[in-house]
Ligand binder design. Structure first.
Ligand code: FNR
Length: 368
């Protein structure tokens, strides 16, 4: 269908499923095991209700914000998704170009099909990026990669901490990985197992021995803010704060890692409660993000009302560029903007800072 007929994020998924080669669809859409967590990522948002306020002069509403001190036109960043060229010949560059035109921050994946420098070079002057890091067993490789990113001006290092081993994504595993140009730069020249799906074929370098003890090392090799991506409990959120990182992403990796792990939104309340109890929240030097299952601006507003600084969106932008290239991503951003405008007016919040916990009824999450 023509792009004008796409009116929400779900539409991009329907088109992507129809147009993508089977292998790409399997890799992008799959979750681990029975995909219970993927389902939960959506249903958690549907259990939280709004408590809108009225008569507040909402003629002007503003949903722009700062993420790690970087200005963003939306309280949403493009989360890292690997292997963009499986779905579009320009791969991640579709995201980069669209993000430039709309002032949105892109998180570059270690396993992007396009190399880090290709993506940075495609950026507009002043365009801001984050980097997602998979930590290599060979720390020298990781150190070089991180320091290069810092030199090129990346504004935040998101270390993925929920993937010491890749989840079993069965749809993907039924497809044999084959050599093609979608391969991630980082794994060229490495020996990879090709009989367990795309994901496992490209991830063999990830170090499962990574631990809290490595955090001081990261702080020593870079001045970039460090964010741990894939926190799933209040206990680990507290540890992250005490280890002095600048933020956490409450995430289950889009349902692709531990199946029946909870959704990021569900964790948010226990995390803010635990941090508050210790005097760690709110703290402008420690930001909390949520990702997984965000498909509407209303989802974003719920997470922010409950304490998130911003949210990450993965598959919707991926499906948008697989179906329509850069224009698809721009449309996705535009749709979100329209949704922000309407939802903030109806909710009675003129700015992001007016989104307070009292604007949502999250009692069904608290009951857990
Ligand atoms: C991911 N995600 C991911 N995360 C990460 O830290 N490193 C990675 O290489 C990838 N790769 C990746 C590939 C694909 C195809 C998907 C769908 C996801 C997880 C991603 O950053 C984010 O956590 C989720 O995508 C958020 O969930 P939604 O928005 O896809 O529902």
């Amino acid at each position: 269908p023509p792009l004008e007929n796409i009116i929400n994020m779900h539409d991009f998924e329907i088109v992507a499923k129809a147009v993508l080669p089977e292998k790409a669809w399997a890799y992008y859409s799959s979750g681990s095991d029975d995909e219970i967590t993927i389902r939960e990522n959506r249903t958690a948002y549907q259990r939280v209700w709004f408590r809108p306020r009225i008569l507040r002069d909402v003629s002007k509403v503003d949903w722009s914000c700062e993420i790690l001190g970087v200005k963003s036109s939306l309280p949403v960043y493009i989360s890292a998704t690997a292997l963009g060229k499986l779905g579009h010949p320009d791969g991640e560059l579709c995201l980069t170009r669209a993000a430039a035109n709309h002032n949105v921050i892109q998180m570059i994946a270690t396993l992007a099909s396009c190399s880090f420098d290709e993506i940075m070079n495609a950026g507009a002057p002043g365009q801001q990026f984050f980097l997602q890091l998979y930590v290599n067993g060979d720390r020298e490789i990781t150190k070089k990669y991180v320091q290069h990113a810092e030199k090129r001006g990346v504004k935040g290092l998101f270390i993925t901490v929920d993937a010491p081993q890749l989840g079993r994504r069965e749809k993907d595993m039924r497809m044999k990985a084959v050599d093609d140009d979608a391969g991630a730069e980082v794994q060229k020249g490495q020996n990879v197992k090709k009989d367990e799906g795309v994901a496992r074929a490209i991830s063999s370098f990830i170090d499962p021995s990574l631990s809290w003890k490595d955090i001081p090392w990261f702080k020593q090799i870079t001045k970039m803010p460090i964010i741990l991506k894939g926190i799933a409990t209040a206990e680990d959120a507290v540890l992250a704060y005490e280890y002095g990182v600048q933020g956490i992403v409450l995430s289950n990796h889009g349902g692709r890692q531990l199946d029946t792990a909870r959704s990021g939104l569900e964790i948010l309340i226990e995390v803010t409660d635990a941090l508050k109890a210790r005097g760690y929240f709110p703290d402008p030097k420690f930001e909390i993000y949520v990702d997984g299952g965000v498909r509407r601006a209303s989802d974003v507003l719920k997470a922010i009302a409950l304490g998130a600084k911003a949210v990450g969106v993965g598959r919707p932008f991926l499906y948008a560029f697989c179906s329509y290239g850069q224009a698809g991503v721009e449309r996705a951003i535009q749709i979100l903007r329209d949704e922000f405008e309407m939802n903030m007016r109806l909710l009675g919040a003129r700015t992001i800072s007016e989104l307070v916990p009292e604007m949502v009824d999250a009692s069904s999450l608290r009951a857990h």
